[in-house]
Design a protein around this ligand. Structure first.
Ligand SMILES: [Zn+2]
Length: 383
């Protein structure tokens, strides 16, 4: 009897551990191994993805326009199937008096080719690209140049597999039968305060976009009412790129998605696919087992998700707590990035996106700049 009870307890435990991730099928080991690294594209001086973002890019300045151009050129060149739109606004800031400062959000979307835009539920990958006015010359590598680069790498790494998957669905006539899934990248402007953080001096781009989308209705009979409603999950990356980050699970309603990402991390670590100094005892995402009663804060850390969350969008916030030491100092530059950590986040994110988009059987055909066969963990280096 006792044995049967114990067996039952084990079964319940096992199911409760597996339950939250059952909605998405985990990638095969083979696919995890095939998730490409960014390699030289993340070089801070010459890399085609990251280096052009590592300049001061305060809203309304030439640096900001230069970085916007980099995003648009890069997607047009490498990912021509993604559509790019802008959402523009202007606003006054406490640092710029009566001048209207322009804020430019860049929205990059890839939907199934047959789907009507109003019928696609999208995984949104979000980071801000503006940099802080102060201290002078501030670069903001973790805040948030590196997160922008991680998102670009993830998009590039799944692009070919998406094409193949959707072509196969059209060929076999299975398209349009289930819910439509797409990907969306939001590169937001004006996250930083110009003087000191307040409800009105921060999140300029995010507030404008969430407000605009609330009233941008899809045609009648669309599955989703407006572009906010179309977001199945809003994954916000911020302050990533310093060594040994600890990212808590902030929200009960998206803890299942956090678990899903944490499981990817732990599998990749076990398989020796990650390069960073964190080991199994110090994962980036340590709260897989967080209990339902352990979620206290309603809105979490103040960041770009707030205007979206206030309108009912589900949020997965990937931001370390405590913040990295370089945060908002002149040390937050390319030289202070821990590149192994940057690469690992990019690969974890890519695997997460691949699972979300159900690309398992198409991933091995993905062309990346470098397939890390079995990356050798670098020696543990402390800052
Ligand atoms: Zn910041």
């Amino acid at each position: 009897m006792l044995q049967r009870m114990l067996a039952h307890i084990w079964l319940v435990l096992a199911l409760s551990l597996l339950g939250p991730v059952l909605g998405l099928t985990p990638l095969s080991d083979e696919s995890l191994r095939n998730i490409p690294i960014a390699g030289s594209d993340f070089d801070i001086k010459t890399g085609s993805i990251l280096a052009p973002i590592l300049i001061p890019r305060v809203p309304g300045t030439p640096g900001s326009r230069q970085v916007q151009q980099h995003f648009v050129d890069w997607f047009a060149t490498h990912l021509p199937k993604w559509s790019i739109t802008y959402q523009n606004s202007t606003g006054k800031t406490p640092a710029t008096g009566d001048k209207q400062v322009p804020f430019v959000n860049i929205i990059i979307t890839r939907d199934p080719p047959w789907a009507k835009p109003g019928d696609v539920g999208r995984l949104a990958l979000v980071a801000h690209y503006d940099s802080k006015l102060d201290p002078p010359g501030f670069i903001g590598a973790i805040d948030s140049a590196a997160p922008c680069a991680m998102i670009m790498h993830a998009a590039r790494s799944v692009d070919e597999a998406l094409t193949k998957k959707w072509a196969a669905m059209e060929a076999e006539g299975s398209h349009g039968l289930e819910e439509e899934k797409g990907l969306q990248i939001l590169l937001l402007d004006g996250e930083e305060a110009f003087v000191s953080w307040s409800d009105t001096d921060s999140l300029y781009g995010a507030r404008s976009l969430a407000d605009a989308w609330e009233y941008e209705f899809h045609p009648a009979l669309s599955t989703y009412q407006n572009p906010l409603d179309s977001i199945s999950l809003f994954v916000l990356l911020d302050l990533l790129g310093s060594a040994r980050p600890k990212v808590p699970s902030y929200f009960k309603t998206t803890h299942w998605a956090y678990q899903h990402m944490a499981l990817i991390e732990s599998r990749m670590r076990t398989m020796g696919l990650l390069a960073s100094a964190s080991d199994a005892d110090h994962p980036f995402l340590p709260e897989y087992d967080k209990g339902p009663n352990a979620f206290h804060s309603t809105f979490g850390i103040q960041d770009d998700h707030l205007p979206f969350m206030a309108r009912g969008v589900e949020i997965l916030h990937i931001i370390p707590s405590p913040f990295p030491q370089v945060w908002h100092t002149s040390n937050d530059d390319g030289e202070h990035l821990d590149m192994a950590t940057v690469e690992d986040w990019a690969r974890i994110l890519t695997a997460f996106v691949s699972e979300w988009m159900e690309l398992d059987e198409h991933l091995d055909q993905t062309i990346g700049p470098g397939k890390a066969k079995r990356s050798v963990p670098t020696s543990k280096s402390e800052l």
